[in-house]
Design a protein around this ligand. Structure first.
Ligand code: ADP
Ligand code: MG
Length: 430
């Protein structure tokens, strides 16, 4: 992958986009990109820079991803009580984008707010035994708010909703530690001597300011509130800040993240619009909706199906559907069988089976599975009670919440805005 058209072989300390982004640490990677913690020397903040692979298809998909992020962000801002409150937006904020040429070609880069670990890490943290239901409620509420923005307000389909693509707000303690101990480079931008706002300073004020800036170069972030000090001096006010006031800048509220549980939706690299779709080959296996398996037309309800799979996995630690290929049974057919076992034969009627351009691989013309004749029908509520030891009230509510998302007919499947009204989300101490 580190070849022409592939990833850029990034080095820590590399500086991107005209001295602006200083590469500090690797945050993650995916099929399309590597993602880096960077210091933004113009805005004096940490950011996450997603560096896309360089082949033309990857460049195109990065440009589509930028379009989608911009549209989501504009829509969010136009409806938000406080448009600058990026922290409350249920979608990861795109702050900037740029490109550069490396030895493997041209890389489009997306600059995001720094987030924490994705939900798969959270599932692992709980040792695949399920995370507390109150946390599931909060996470579901945030993701549904994101889906409502995407679906109803922007006509955008994510198409790859899964735990890896939902990310926690708070950076991990390891990343916070790296940010705290990072030695900040001097603020870049217009050279000090040419700045108009310095014209009104007296010679001695200017000298003092330069001395101070020089002293702060390379000082650790936790001890030197560089940007604020500079602005304070530039304001031409007498110096009144005391030690204790300065310390406020040092609190580890990086990038203004509120200390609440929340999550945001990320990775729109495979997303599309309702009326501008790029491929029929969408969604990761375990989260794939029946209409996609059948090769039928799809739209925003496929994300709702995926969300049910994510909710179940968060609450139990297990996949909801984990189809396998076996003894002549194709994996898709096993998947459809698992769906019928959960929703029941009657809730997956022949009309819904014999649709799309692939159904005849799995069903005969009467809607019977071609290779599987024995199904083990089961119900969600008893499963939650017996296998996962849910409290009766929780099992009932959660099963009901899931059932609206697992309606096979996409036109009847509940929408994000409807699901936001569900009593499961509105029950608890959150
Ligand atoms: P790809 O399109 O290549 O899958 P993603 O957008 O999913 O790329 O990012 C890859 C990984 O990088 C994510 O799974 C996550 O671990 C990490 N990552 C991405 N964006 C951020 C961010 N804003 N803050 C922290 N980590 C991030
Ligand atoms: Mg990804």
């Amino acid at each position: 992958d580190y070849c022409r058209g592939g990833y850029h072989p990034m080095r820590i300390g590399e500086i991107l986009n005209n001295n602006r982004y200083h590469v500090v640490h690797k945050l993650g990677w995916g099929y399309f990109s590597t993602v880096w913690l960077c210091w933004d020397a113009i805005e004096s903040r940490f950011v996450a820079v997603k560096v896309q692979k360089s082949a033309i298809d990857f460049q195109d998909s990065a440009l589509d991803e930028i379009d989608i992020f911009k549209q989501l962000c504009d829509k969010y801002k136009s409806g938000a009580a406080n448009p600058n409150d990026v922290d409350s937006c249920p979608i990861v904020a795109l702050l900037d984008s740029f490109s550069f040429r490396g030895i493997n070609g041209k890389h489009i880069c997306l600059v995001f707010e720094v987030m924490g670990e994705n939900l798969l890490s959270l599932i692992r943290e709980y040792d695949y035994k399920g995370i507390p239901l109150d946390r599931v409620r909060v996470i579901m509420r945030h993701v549904l708010q994101g889906l409502d923005l995407m679906h109803r307000q922007c006509s955008i389909i994510h198409t790859d909703l899964k735990p890896e693509n939902v990310i926690q707000k708070q950076p991990s303690s390891k990343i916070v530690q790296i940010m705290k101990s990072y030695k900040r480079p001097p603020k870049s931008g217009v050279p000090l001597t040419e700045r108009k706002d310095l014209e009104n300073l007296t010679k001695s004020q200017l000298k003092k300011l330069k001395r101070k800036l020089k002293a702060s170069e390379g000082a650790p972030a936790s001890t030197e509130p560089q940007e604020e000090t500079t602005q304070q001096e530039l304001s031409n006010e007498p110096q009144v800040a005391k030690e204790s006031e300065n310390q406020e800048y040092d609190l580890p509220a990086f990038n203004d993240k509120k200390d609440d549980e929340g999550v945001k939706i990320m990775d729109f690299g495979n997303s599309c619009w309702i009326d501008k779709q790029f491929t029929d080959d969408v969604q990761t296996r375990q989260y794939r909706a029946p209409e996609v398996i059948l090769g039928a037309k799809y739209s925003t309800p496929i994300d709702i199906w995926s969300l049910a799979c994510v909710a179940f996995e968060l609450a139990t630690g297990d996949f909801l559907f984990d189809p396998r290929e076996s003894r002549g049974v194709p994996r898709d057919e096993d998947h459809l069988a698992l769906i019928i076992e959960l929703v029941g034969e009657d809730n997956f009627p022949v009309k819904s089976r014999c649709t799309g351009n692939a159904w005849h691989h799995f069903f005969d013309k009467n809607g019977r599975l071609r290779h599987i004749d024995r199904l083990k029908i089961f119900k969600m509520e008893p499963l939650l009670l017996e296998k996962y030891k849910f409290e009766p009230d929780d099992a009932k509510q959660f099963a009901d919440f899931l059932s609206g998302m697992l309606i096979v007919n996409p036109h009847q499947r509940h929408t994000a805005s409807k699901l936001l009204q569900h009593e499961f989300l509105n029950k608890a101490s959150v």
